[in-house]
Design a protein around this ligand. Structure first.
Ligand SMILES: C[S@@+](CC[C@H](N)C(=O)[O-])C[C@H]1O[C@@H](n2cnc3c(N)ncnc32)[C@H](O)[C@@H]1O
Length: 276
């Protein structure tokens, strides 16, 4: 991992982790798009994506602000920024620029119309300071939006797919143990107000899928791959039991055989407008 500052980001930035972020992004895209729409994103706006990772939220914002708008993506990982830059260029988003910078060190003189962060608060040691810094980067009247994952409820399935639920329990236990703010999604209201923002608007959506074509099997299998060393270290599984190279296929087979609906973590989104 090549980073500008020490990271509390437990998933790293390997090639398989970048693949995982891209798979995840396809599932999360409609939810983040709803957040951006409700937050009032519009053509021509200037948007900041904090903790942009492989650049998916920044590229979504580019679609929504159009060619007359602009998007800055920042991430403290140099590796992630290189991937985001390359993907945005390949997709033709010339209005996007990316910078390897932690939010704590990022300087901007102009002010943004909207700052968005997805799956970033959970990794912060001081989540209120992070949101306060995000709020300083929007101009008065600008919007601060966050999309976070809740680890409040374990994975579910109906009819039950034991493998899906077991894998979900590993993730649930690991995140609750190691993510400094694993419960940020469930505390967004308080975090916003403590950071000096008005009470946020909130909504929640939960990814649910069935059938062989659902990308959820690959998403969760790649998540387990990225986290395997930590899962083994914590004694939650072994390499042999996890079987990451066959996990996606086994999840898919079990889901299809049971004709099940599989249910992942709830997503919680919040946005508020900085006082004018
Ligand atoms: C789970 S990834 C999410 C990436 C992206 N937002 C997405 O949803 O696909 C979290 C990212 O936040 C970055 N990050 C964490 N803390 C940060 C900070 N204080 N400033 C900038 N980037 C940060 C990490 O390096 C990592 O790439």
């Amino acid at each position: 991992m090549n980073e500008t500052t020490p990271s509390s980001y437990i998933l790293g930035h390997s090639a398989s982790e970048i693949r995982r972020l891209v798979l995840q992004a396809e599932i999360l895209k409609p939810i983040t798009a709803r957040l951006l729409r409700e937050a009032g994103i519009a053509p021509g706006m200037r948007v900041l994506d904090v903790g942009c990772g492989a650049g998916d939220v920044a590229m979504l914002a580019c679609e929504m602000v159009g060619p007359g708008g602009s998007v800055v993506g920042i991430d403290r990982s140099v590796d992630a920024i290189a991937v985001a830059q390359q993907r945005a260029r390949a997709a033709g988003y010339s209005q996007a620029v990316f910078q390897a910078e932690a939010i704590e060190d990022f300087v901007d003189e102009t002010g943004f119309d909207l700052v968005i962060g997805r799956y970033v608060l959970v990794h912060q040691t001081d989540v209120v300071a992070f949101v306060r810094r995000a709020a300083e980067l929007v101009h008065p009247g600008g919007v601060v939006a966050f999309h976070e994952v809740s680890h409040r409820h374990p994975f579910a399935s109906s009819p039950v797919v034991p493998l899906w639920e077991r894998v979900g329990d590993w993730l649930f236990t690991l995140f609750r143990a190691v993510a400094p703010h694993h419960d940020a999604a469930d505390k967004l209201f308080g975090i916003y107000t403590e950071a000096g923002l008005p009470p946020p608007s909130l909504f929640s959506e939960t990814p649910v899928a069935g059938g062989p074509d659902a990308p959820h099997h690959a998403w969760i299998a790649e998540t387990i791959r990225s986290l395997l060393p930590k899962l083994v270290q914590m004694g939650l599984t072994t390499e042999a039991i996890a079987g990451v190279d066959t996990l996606e296929a086994r999840l898919r087979e079990a889901t299809v055989a049971a004709q099940s609906q599989i249910i992942a973590h709830a997503q919680v989104c919040a946005w508020a407008r900085r006082a004018g």
